[in-house]
Design a binder for this molecule. Structure first.
Ligand code: G6P
Length: 357
């Protein structure tokens, strides 16, 4: 898992290079699409586990950059709830292995419902890839660790390129908007390398986190799916109970759990919803909660909150912060599990690829 976390700047760099034309600063998809983004009025995304959270981040990107409504659900729910589809729309499936049983079943259902089927997969020979109308590969290389890391950030990289391509095709983004976005995207691998340098801070924090019984993760916007992913990673490999919440939902339940012993990890890059997250942190602080901020220097200074600890990320364009911010989130779960003496690569009861229902 450590190796795969550290490979991310490189594999995300490869993946982005496959989808971007750096010379013209445009998205250049490697495969011709068998549909027209202009003609779509809805996209559905389904996946399981970490791949589902990649899809949840993509929802924010598709809706923002392409003004395309996105419906997203875990494949195990999508497949049985007889969701109505308008024929001719797009169904996206995200899967590292390309063999997950629920995701594959949902793909077949979407096909019956006359959707264009596009998959984002890491294994190009997989069943999901073979049964898709268009395949957008992630170039993560083989992923061995049961807890997905580099496949996740590569999925995000592919999905953001698709969302920008959709935005251009639908006339929501101008050529100049696209150039600006691509210029920011090209920085992502370097930002991920810088993010890896926060590892000593993360390791120190992990020693403390390892003593916790429960951990709460909060985030807004694209940091919300990251909060879910952070909680998933921590429980998968350290067996500490963790929950991810949209920061704004704090007062609708999890606030009742907060006391001096409860670590609350707030993933908050300095973005347009940062102020809102600050008010949630104040609510936690007022109840003596232990706030751990994963944010940049501006976020630390402008929030004027006393953090228990802060992981300081490099400054970056907020649009794609979810990709570099995945790095400290993964490292935190990894180091906590290592401190606790757990086998991070073979967590109990979990399988790398779930090919049965
Ligand atoms: C399992 C793995 C996860 C993975 C999920 C979906 O639960 O342990 O790491 O995210 O399956 O797998 P897929 O291959 O479809 O991405």
């Amino acid at each position: 898992m450590a190796k795969e976390i550290h490979e991310q700047p490189e594999v995300v760099g490869h993946t982005l290079a496959h989808y971007l034309d750096m010379g013209s600063e445009k998205v250049a998809l490697p495969t011709k699409l068998p549909f027209d983004f202009k003609k779509l009025d809805r996209v559905s995304i389904s996946a399981c586990g970490t791949a589902y959270y990649a899809g949840l981040v993509a929802k924010y990107w598709f809706e923002r950059f392409a003004r395309l409504p996105v419906e997203i659900d875990v494949a195990s729910e999508f497949r049985y709830r007889e969701a109505p589809f308008q024929p001719g729309n797009l169904a996206i499936f995200v899967s590292q292995s390309g063999e997950t049983a629920d995701t594959l079943a949902t793909l077949r259902y979407a096909r019956e419902q006359k959707q264009h089927v596009l998959s984002v997969v890491n294994v190009p020979t997989s069943t999901i890839a073979r049964e898709s109308d268009a395949v957008m590969p992630t170039l993560a290389g083989p992923e061995i660790g049961v807890a997905s890391t580099k496949a996740f950030t590569c999925q995000l990289s592919v999905l953001v390129c698709l969302a920008i391509a959709a935005g251009r095709a639908r006339g929501v983004l101008s050529e100049e908007d696209e150039r600006k976005l691509v210029r920011a995207l090209v920085e992502v691998p370097r930002l991920m390398s810088e993010a890896l340098r926060v590892e000593p801070q993360v390791e120190a924090l992990a020693r403390d986190l390892a003593k916790s019984r429960d951990v709460l993760y909060l985030g807004r916007g694209t940091a919300y799916p990251l909060a879910l992913e952070g909680a998933l990673k921590l429980k998968e490999i350290s067996y500490i109970h963790a929950e991810g919440y949209a920061a704004g939902e704090l007062k609708h339940g999890p606030i009742a759990l907060i006391d001096e012993t409860m670590p609350v990890i707030v993933i908050a890059p300095f973005d347009r919803v940062f102020d809102k997250t600050v008010s949630n942190m104040q609510e936690v602080a007022a109840r003596g909660g232990k706030i751990i901020l994963i944010g940049d220097q501006r976020a630390e200074h402008e929030s004027a909150i006393r953090f228990f600890k802060a992981i300081t990320m490099p400054d970056m364009a907020a649009d794609f912060a979810a990709i570099p911010y995945a790095v400290p989130v993964q490292m935190l779960a990894y180091h906590t599990a290592v401190v606790m003496g757990k086998d991070v690569d073979q967590p109990r009861n979990l399988a790398k690829s779930v090919t049965v229902e």
